[in-house]
Design a protein around this ligand. Structure first.
Ligand code: M6R
Length: 605
């Protein structure tokens, strides 16, 4: 949520920072700005809108001889998107960009106003800037000023800061929001997200909570610690580009079969699930008596599918919590309950807060995370990376698919280690997951044209319902979120049997109802539910397993899934739903990779 980038070095700071901002734009895209250090002065250019708007301004009035710059792309929290509210903010000698929220900004603001500081924006950021400047003017010591201000601020923040009387130097601090510094041949970089640094360098260091860093000349210095411990990433720039696809979302959908294999391969030994690579051995699994899965949005939906499998295979009671609600639920059991926090970005504020809450209460914690070295991955007792690679589209696809695949393997492993399934069953299920899931999903992606036809039938509607039973109900929640998130059509997922207890009153002539039916034992029941809505005028679409009898007569439009297995069907039905969302949004002319009001990584509560 919001993106930060900075560079100090030998040349073209503005060019590098704007290039980084283009990559970071998925983190927020309602306003954008840059501050460059030019001949002993700080120059700020900022605007409401996207990086392309900033580039136009910079093309008209280029900044010359720039060796150092910071930039920001914003997802508004305090104050509407506008010129004054966009970053960088400058108060006195201090200029900065900020991610996160300063919760006590009102109280700091009124104190500073009493001291004569004048604020022009509605943001908490400008107040943070004013506070650092207040201490800087008192001490003339950047480090002291940043630390004193940070001591007074509550909330989460990552700041990149420049002082007008210290040329070509960037200071940074993080507390609760990620910040990464990197070392290139041409100087030092900093960003809220490793992906933005990949075009420039692979050597990076992820700042720890509360660390203050100074980047200047040929030195990166962490206060009171000295040189950072550099690491190398194996991410390539290609991974962060569209690679010929019209949208990142489409590219990421087609990357799913490979991503699923990556998420599973290092955790299968001799045909059996084995999480020893993540430090989870047999006794780890044997001890688990209950599981809480805590996450937001799609990650929470992945948890719903996983909880179904865990209870079905391992008979371990599993509850899924919306992360923003978890802290308000008294912990009923602690002993031998595992809290699994699922997050693609590894930085989602509510998920992180839940992880901290769980640890505080004495739970054992596991982070299932995609972005490596992120806060949730670092702070959880155990971590398992999903290895989906960088996900740029705001709407998650491969992130979700790998969360489901990894947690499905976890469910098999748990069942096996608890003696609920024998070796042959565990092997069969593992093979099913490893070979059927990517295959079935890939086969659906090849049938994109069929889905385009379905999309044409429904894209002009205002409401669309998804229905399903059992695991299909859990999956349909993700299907529905995907659709509304990028097409702006109101959509709801309903347990197929529950619709008639109220919501069926919303079905009108032509309302699309998409039913998912992959479980043989539920075919008859879902067929009846489809008939119920059809009788009330709904336009019905059935996505079903090929074994469903007379499927073609059951609904107005039918998509038969490729022949697979129970597990394969979870992934193939997902692919149909992802394609429906994508094609509908495309027909409606939506900005698919950057849907309105959203941002990729939600680092505020
Ligand atoms: O990074 P996370 O997995 O923690 O993000 C959680 C949700 O914000 C995220 O899954 C969101 O719902 C997706 N963008 C939906 O496509």
């Amino acid at each position: 949520m919001c993106g930060i980038i900075g560079y100090t070095g030998i040349n073209e700071a503005v060019k590098k920072v704007t290039q980084g901002l283009e990559i970071l734009e998925y983190r927020g895209y309602d306003s954008v700005g840059i501050c460059a250090s030019v001949g002993g002065k700080l120059e700020i250019v900022k605007t409401k809108g996207r990086v392309s708007e900033l580039n136009k301004l910079l093309a008209n009035e280029p900044i010359q001889n720039d060796l150092c710059a910071i930039g920001h792309t914003r997802w508004a929290t305090h104050g509407a998107p506008s010129y004054v509210n966009s970053h960088p903010h400058m108060v006195g000698k201090t200029c900065l960009v900020h991610n996160g929220i300063i919760e006590n900004y009102k109280e700091i603001k009124s104190r500073l106003e009493n001291e004569g500081v004048n604020f022009v924006s509605d943001t908490d950021t400008e107040v943070g800037c004013g506070l650092i400047n207040y201490y800087y003017e008192k001490t003339n010591e950047p480090y002291e000023a940043i630390l004193s201000a940070s001591d007074k601020m509550r909330g989460s923040y990552a700041f990149a800061i420049m002082f007008s009387d210290e040329e070509n130097t960037i200071y940074a601090i993080r507390q609760g929001s990620p910040l990464i510094i990197a070392k290139g041949q041409d100087g030092f970089y900093l960003a809220s997200d490793l992906t933005a640094l990949i075009p420039f360098t692979k050597e990076y260091y992820s700042l720890c909570e509360g660390e203050v860093v100074k980047l200047a000349g040929n030195k990166a210095e962490i206060y009171q610690k000295g040189e950072p411990q550099w690491k190398r990433t194996d991410m390539t720039y290609e991974m962060a580009k569209k690679g010929g696809y019209d949208h990142f979302m489409l590219k990421e959908m087609y990357e799913q079969p490979k991503a699923i294999e990556n998420s599973l391969s290092s955790r299968i030994k001799d045909g059996l699930p084995d999480f020893s690579v993540d430090g989870m051995d047999k006794s780890f699994f044997e001890e688990i008596k209950a599981i809480h899965i805590v996450a937001c949005g799609s990650a929470m939906h992945a948890g719903l599918v996983a909880s179904h499998l865990i209870e079905k295979l391992a008979f371990v009671p599993t509850r899924v919590y919306i992360a923003s609600e978890y802290r308000y639920t008294p912990p009923l059991t602690i002993d031998d309950t595992l809290v699994v926090v699922v997050s693609q970005s590894g930085e989602t504020a509510d998920s992180l807060a839940s992880l901290r809450y769980a640890k505080e209460k004495g739970f054992k914690t596991l982070g299932i995370v995609n972005a490596v070295e992120t806060t949730i991955a670092k702070e959880a007792d155990y971590r398992a990376y999903t290895y989906a690679g960088p996900e740029i589209a705001v709407a998650t696809t491969k992130g979700y698919a790998t969360q489901v695949s990894l947690m499905s393997l976890f469910a098999i492993c748990l069942a096996y280690n608890k003696g609920k399934i024998d070796t042959n069953t565990a092997k069969d299920l593992t093979t099913c997951l490893f070979s059927h899931a990517p295959k079935a999903l890939g086969e659906v992606l090849e049938r994109r044209d069929e889905v385009k036809e379905i999309a044409k039938l429904i894209y002009e509607r205002d409401d669309i319902f998804y229905i399903g039973r059992g695991i299909d109900y859990q999956m349909s929640q993700e299907a529905s979120l995907k659709l509304k998130e990028i097409s702006y059509i109101h959509s709801q997922a309903y347990a197929a049997g529950e619709l008639k207890h109220g919501t069926i009153s919303l079905i009108e002539c032509g309302t699309p109802v998409i039913a998912i039916a992959t479980e043989e034992k539920l075919f008859d029941k879902i067929d009846s539910n489809v008939k119920e809505v059809r009788a009330r005028g709904a336009y019905t679409i059935l996505i079903c397993d090929g074994e469903m009898e007379n499927a073609q007569e059951c609904a107005d439009k039918v998509f038969i899934l490729p022949k697979s297995s129970y597990i394969g069907n979870i992934f193939s039905s997902l692919a149909v739903a992802q394609l429906i969302a994508y094609e509908v949004a495309r027909l409606r002319g939506c900005d698919i990779d950057k849907p309105k009001n959203l941002a990729k990584s939600v680092t505020v509560e």
